[in-house]
Design a protein around this ligand. Structure first.
Ligand SMILES: [Fe+2]
Length: 140
């Protein structure tokens, strides 16, 4: 094998190792889910509902936004067959950030800086491969 060919093959192998690792077939539920009784959510519902927290506003006028998955101290798991594979953040209805997550090695968390001026509403959507899409809205 020529050196150039070997180098190309090495680069291809490296590039493919950065491709998404989990199997799409593991995503078995993409339904939009809702807490059935908001006054009395179940543990399973709390485990999937994003929690949006605002932090400081920086010198450029951007507020820190942290999104974790699970409320009241209940953390959604990240195992080989059950994990949050995506979190998206919307500001005034527009998608402003998204993270893709891998089973086991990462778990549900998103952090972003969002322009505070004119910000009225933040919405986070968390996608669980087994239990569907869950959202939370925060009025700012
Ligand atoms: Fe789940």
């Amino acid at each position: 094998m020529k050196r150039r060919t070997a180098l190309k093959l090495s680069l291809l192998a490296l590039a493919s190792s950065y491709a998404q690792a989990f199997e799409k077939s593991k995503i078995v539920n993409t339904m939009k889910m809702k807490i059935k009784d908001p006054k009395n959510p179940t543990k399973a519902e709390l485990k999937h509902t994003p929690e949006i927290k605002l932090g400081d506003v920086d010198a450029k006028g951007y507020v820190s936004v942290d999104v974790t998955i699970g409320q009241q101290g209940i953390i959604h798991p990240s195992t080989a067959d059950h994990w949050i594979y995506e979190i998206a953040l919307f500001a005034n209805g527009k998608k402003v950030a998204k993270v893709d997550l891998e089973p086991v090695i990462s778990r549900g968390y998103l952090s972003a800086k969002v322009k505070k001026e004119g910000l009225k509403e933040l919405k986070a959507v968390a996608k669980c491969n087994l239990h569907g899409d869950w959202e939370e809205t925060l009025k700012v």
